[in-house]
Design a protein around this ligand. Structure first.
Ligand code: UDX
Length: 462
């Protein structure tokens, strides 16, 4: 394997995971970023994001000397033969993509790169952007240059990004000439993964199409869940029955309170824009986004239907990150939910085992934040489960029952089996399943049992 000199522009989630993985494969990787605080952390071997396994690989590859960081673009770019673009491509107000960071990076390449280089677009970009980047670099290049552009989208899930890198279902390599594509194929060869070779535009579209399709699966199953509730059917059984058809597949059929995160909301909106710009109304995707927005307020609506007033109630908001094993709160359903509860006059105490610090900065001041689940549940009237962290799923139901003042749970992630919940004096509302109103029933039963025990003791003593 030829050892490559690789520069990565942008040390966000995608850039950092890519950098660490390529260094681990034995290449020399230098990362550049404009955020000096972040770079200082990284140079000290500290990961600015919570991602299982990432910090270990970071430290290992810093020590080996294969991985380094700089804020000097020239230093990173001038000796690299492969340059990855991994800068952010955030959404603009209208849902379109902000390419300003990407074009800044292209400008830096044009100033410092020379001879033959491969530029890899890792950032998610609208179809046609890689061609624009190539033309821009060629036009503004200060030194003679031969640019090969490759689109190599990422499909990493937060929380399992390293697993997804080293054991990906596929690697997409899109290029309109073979030179850059061949170099990237060789780069990834040691991973022995399925490589899909396409043209530039198709590769760029694969990313949007994949995320839009996964979002569609989620909104579809959420709609089936809503029907299940009205029919007294059980969404878990329905999803299991559907998913065992290999044409449908079991994954991404978990009903809940909607998708969040940095990718699905952004990419579905961007694809809507892309279609709109081509005078095509993507009606299906429009519905997917609409269903998701509605689904995100489902728990709140359920609580409002059940208890007309939430004012003065103490509410435990369990989980802040958009999914477990990440501290990412982007587009998390927890944020709008917390805002609604506060607006309704509830007293909210939010718990997250990892994202509590970030949560504190993003939630309204009125929300108390803790990393102790017991503290959140103590004397709470209601609990809302937003994220299916293990610590929430594994927290004994007996303790939910014991710690809460009135154990009523609105579970947006179906963390508990109905058969299990029904053994406790808990009122339980979940997604796509029947509600359980055992609160009174079980307490009454226990009271009667207690009375019986007392009277039998009385009987024995008299
Ligand atoms: C996603 C894609 O999976 C990844 O390929 C892409 O490159 C980046 O975006 P990520 O956002 O990290 O990854 O999370 P993912 O595990 O895909 O979940 C996204 C959202 O969908 C989460 O809010 C999750 O809770 C929700 N989801 C997922 C469901 O509601 N039901 C499911 O069955 C699966």
């Amino acid at each position: 394997m030829e050892k490559r000199a690789i520069a990565i522009i942008g040390t966000g989630y995608v850039g950092l995971v890519t950098a660490v993985s390529l260094a681990e494969l034995g290449h020399n990787v230098i990362c550049v970023d404009i955020d000096k605080n972040k770079l200082n952390l990284l140079m000290a071997g500290k990961s600015p994001i919570y991602e299982p396994g990432l910090e270990t690989l970071l430290v290992q590859n810093l020590k080996s000397g294969r991985l380094s960081f700089t804020w000097n673009h020239r230093q990173a770019i001038q000796n690299a033969d492969i340059i990855y673009l991994a800068v952010g491509t955030p959404s603009l107000q209208d849902g379109s993509v902000d390419l300003s960071y990407l074009m800044e990076a292209a400008k830096e390449i044009s100033l410092s790169a020379h001879d033959e280089i491969v530029v890899v677009t890792k950032s998610t970009v609208p179809v046609g952007t890689s061609e624009i980047v190539k033309k821009f670099i060629e036009k503004h290049a200060v030194q003679p240059i031969n640019v090969h552009v490759v689109s190599n989208p990422e499909f990493l899930r937060e929380g399992q990004a390293l697993q997804d890198t080293f054991h990906a279902d596929r690697i997409v390599i899109g290029a309109d000439d073979d030179v850059g594509a061949k170099i990237l194929m060789e780069l990834y060869e040691p991973l022995h993964l399925n490589i899909i070779r396409t043209d530039l535009r198709s590769a760029e579209l694969i990313k949007y199409a994949s995320n839009a399709f996964l979002a569609t699966k989620i909104s579809f199953i959420n709609e089936i869940a809503n029907i299940c509730e009205r029919l007294n059917a059980n969404i878990e059984d329905v999803a299991r029955g559907m998913g065992s058809d290999s044409r449908i597949g079991t994954q991404f059929l978990k009903a809940g309170i909607g998708y969040g995160g940095s990718c699905f909301p952004k990419d579905t909106n961007a694809l809507m824009q892309i279609a709109g710009n081509l005078s095509h109304q993507f009606e299906l995707l429009e519905a997917v986004i609409h269903v998701n927005n509605r689904q995100q307020s489902l728990l709140f609506e359920k609580a409002k239907t059940r208890f007309a007033k939430l004012k003065h109630l103490k509410i435990a908001l369990l989980g802040l990150s958009f999914k477990p094993n990440t501290d990412d709160l982007r587009e998390s359903p927890a944020l709008p939910l917390a805002n609604k509860l506060i607006q309704d006059g509830a007293k909210v105490i939010a718990f997250d085992p990892v994202a509590y610090e970030k949560g504190r900065k993003l939630l309204p001041d009125e929300v108390k934040v803790t990393d102790d689940i017991r503290h959140a549940l103590q004397e709470a009237d209601l609990a809302f489960i937003v994220t299916d962290w293990d610590v929430i799923k594994d927290f004994p139901l007996a303790l939910y029952e014991k710690l809460m003042k009135r154990p009523v749970i609105f579970d947006g992630r179906n963390c508990f089996a109905l058969s299990e919940v029904s053994q406790y004096a808990i009122e339980y509302h979940s997604i796509g399943r029947q509600s359980i109103y055992r609160l009174k029933e079980v307490s009454l039963k226990r009271q009667t049992m207690k009375q019986k025990t007392v009277s039998s003791i009385n009987f024995l003593t008299t």
